[in-house]
Design a protein around this ligand. Structure first.
Ligand code: FAD
Length: 303
């Protein structure tokens, strides 16, 4: 109930305006978002690198509804990647991008071209890109785009969602690539997606096995303690040394587990968002968090 209420709130423009301006909103956001601009993202990426954590940095902008806006997002990634290189962080920091942010809903061809520009800017900076996965209606578009990008930029990664029934097969198809395996974050119908937590977890393990058995680079993106333990075990089973796969967690979520995995010798990459449009992202994180009502309450009373 609380989760649905928070998710509904994540889509409210009125609440976004209220929370974004309120000091408590910014205080809560600071725990999950690096800050408003490129300088904040690079500063936090450097702090995490000093703690032995890699990052994948994502720009949170307003929904992209025009070609000009899509070009502006591409330019933002160009600035971000230059600053990553100047700060000497190209070894530890890559970027994540959504095709929707690059204008997918305005013109799919434009979004593909701009994704290619972001990959070229990442290559110039000495790093790479992972393309996020979005609604299931766009899964083919994302996979096809990444397959084409990998022609010139083989290290380009793609996110796959274990809750989709198709994903185990996609994992086998893409087992040679850099693949981020996550549970999936969008509401999807039963016709395309597993509906219960157990079904999703079992699918996650089948997908994990397919990726670990292949020649690619699996990126295990979950905070789920049971799935992390299974991934550590399966990686040993498949003789994957540290550096041949990685764990990914969101900035601000289970930081002690991030430190524990890094101390155990694993590559740990923190998904680090920044930008002024953090409200929807923050609300989705709170919806996933057990005890978020108490967390919100504390944030409100501490303001
Ligand atoms: P859950 O079952 O949601 O959580 C398991 C346990 O983790 C919880 O019981 C709790 O103990 C802990 N936990 C989870 N969230 C929180 C929190 N906010 N605060 C504190 N504890 C928490 N989804 C997509 O659809 N496309 C993408 O491209 C994508 N990229 C991602 C990249 C990364 C690096 C990560 C970590 C997630 C990404 N996701 C993406 C989101 C993902 O699909 C899930 O919605 C999200 O990660 C929650 O699932 P979970 O695996 O952590 O498991």
């Amino acid at each position: 109930m609380l989760r649905s209420a928070i998710l509904a709130a994540s889509r409210s423009a009125r609440l976004e305006s209220l929370v974004s301006k309120a000091p408590f909103g910014r205080d809560v956001a600071r725990r999950f978002v690096a800050g408003d601009g490129v300088a904040d993202a690079v500063r936090v990426a450097a702090e995490l690198a000093a703690d032995g954590l890699s990052t994948t940095v994502e720009y949170l902008g307003a929904p992209t509804t025009t070609e000009a806006h899509a070009h502006a997002v591409r330019d933002e990634y160009g600035r971000l990647l230059r600053r990553i290189a100047e700060a000497g962080l190209a070894d530890s920091a890559e970027v994540s991008v959504k095709l929707s942010a690059l204008g997918r809903d305005v013109d799919e061809r434009l979004a593909r071209e701009l994704a290619r520009d972001v990959c070229a800017a990442a290559a110039d900076a000495g790093t790479t890109v992972t393309v996020d996965m979005e609604e299931s209606a766009t899964t083919d578009l994302v996979i096809d785009t990444v397959e084409k990008l990998r022609g010139d930029h083989p290290s380009t990664g793609v996110a796959l969602q274990a809750y989709l029934r198709r994903t185990e097969a996609d994992c086998r198809e893409l087992a040679g690539a850099r693949v981020r395996l996550c549970k999936g974050a969008y509401p999807e119908p039963e016709s395309v997606a597993w509906q219960t937590a157990l079904e999703v977890d079992k699918s996650f393990v089948r997908c994990l096995n397919a990726l670990l058995a292949g020649p690619g680079y699996p990126m295990v993106a979950t905070h789920d303690a049971r799935l992390i333990a299974i991934a550590e075990d399966r990686a040993r089973w498949f003789d994957r040394a540290a550096g041949e796969f990685e764990f990914q967690l969101l900035y601000g979520v289970r930081p002690a587990e991030q430190a524990r995995l890094a101390a155990d010798g694993h590559t740990v990459r923190v998904y680090l968002p920044y930008g002024t449009h953090w409200y929807g992202y923050l609300a989705r994180r709170l919806a996933e968090r057990p005890g978020s009502a108490a967390f919100l309450g504390r944030a409100l009373t501490n303001r």
